[in-house]
Design a protein around this ligand. Structure first.
Ligand code: CA
Length: 353
């Protein structure tokens, strides 16, 4: 009787200990997005990732998502993750070029790789290792966070017929493309997604680029700036999941793998969701938005962009050994993979369009 009582007490103590362990084991993270709460498919990528993490971990790993309207700092998410205020963020690496130029090339580069080429570079061509190296001084990890595919060149109030038509324009365009256009005489700026339409409407900017038909049409830019140009500047914009490295290191091996798999799958899913959204929107442009004028920049303008791009890249990488290493790796992979892209997709499309 006495023994049974002791055993019963021990059982209770053991059960309490297991309960305490389970509670301790439960990981609760917060993620800050650069985007507002309804900006599909960017937000879908984050929601899918968090949902997969929770399901795959059996509820032991939960990620709360805060949109920009909650944390109020769309471009402050890098610092918030660095300081540990958030364990994770969803944003784009080229937004951080002013903080650390080595972080610039991990979104996309003007005249750079297409999405399949760039994914191959990230996962099989040394890109992930270089991204880890670039983010190490910030005690952060960055993972691909969804690709927009080739982006459109932007919305303009007037047709661009020559280089002179570009001079003096105020344009919202992030990343290295902004530096290229600044060299051609534009005033460039980056504006948070939630303020784009108002900035264009009020004349704070004359032109802007955002993503592609799937995301642009519902923003309403065409009502103010109906000239819609094809792309050159963001052939494969990869968003990013930013992770505080100290917090990542604390995760169990199982949770680390769950997070990695969820981020990778959510990224791929965003790539195809955005492709689908643009496919649908493009199909409706001719019938529903007859005032939109689709244009390609004149050869004179594209040649000047390419020249400015090459000169600026060479200049920027001159005294930056890690940046040079990243750009050289991208250039080498672009050359190699483009030869195959030409043989496969390009010739197939050329012969069958
Ligand atoms: Ca863009």
């Amino acid at each position: 009787m006495r023994i049974a009582k002791i055993l019963g007490t021990l059982g209770l103590v053991a059960a309490m200990a297991i309960g305490a362990n389970a509670a301790e084991k439960k990981v609760k993270w917060k993620l800050a997005m650069t985007w507002g709460p309804t900006l599909t498919p960017f937000t879908t990528a984050v929601e899918n990732m968090a949902k997969m993490v929770e399901t795959m971990s059996g509820g032991d790993f939960v990620i709360r998502i805060d949109a920009a309207n909650k944390h109020k700092a769309p471009f402050g998410v890098l610092d918030m993750v660095k300081l540990g205020q958030y364990e994770m963020a969803h944003s784009a690496s080229y937004y951080w070029k002013g903080k650390d130029v080595n972080l610039l090339p991990f979104s996309t580069m003007p005249f750079g790789m297409t999405a399949p080429e760039q994914y191959a570079w990230f996962y099989h061509g040394g890109g992930m290792e270089l991204m880890e190296k670039a983010y190490a001084p910030h005690n952060m990890l960055s993972f691909p966070g969804g690709n927009t595919g080739n982006q459109m060149g932007g919305w303009f109030r007037k047709e661009i017929k020559s280089l002179d038509d570009l001079k003096g324009l105020k344009m919202r365009i992030p990343g290295f493309a902004g530096e290229v256009l600044a060299k051609l005489g534009l005033t460039v700026t980056n504006i948070a997604p939630g303020e784009l339409y108002t900035s264009l409407e009020r004349g704070t900017i004359d032109a802007l680029e955002w993503v592609g038909p799937g995301m642009d049409i519902k923003m309403g830019f065409h009502k103010i700036a109906p000239y819609y140009y094809t792309g050159w500047h963001e052939p494969a914009t990869e968003l990013q999941f930013l992770v505080n490295k100290k917090e990542f290191d604390k995760l169990s091996d199982k949770n680390k793998e769950i997070l990695r798999v969820a981020m990778r799958l959510a990224s791929y899913d965003m790539y195809i969701e955005n492709y689908h959204m643009s496919t649908d929107a493009w199909a409706s442009i001719a019938t529903e938005y007859p005032n939109i004028k689709i244009k390609t920049f004149p050869k004179e303008v594209l040649d000047a962009m390419k020249k400015a791009n090459d000169e600026l890249l060479a200049d920027m990488a001159k005294d930056q050994p890690l940046l040079k290493e990243i750009l050289d790796s991208q250039k080498a992979y672009l050359t190699k993979s483009r030869a195959w892209t030409e043989m496969s997709d390009y010739l197939y499309l050329k012969d069958n369009l």
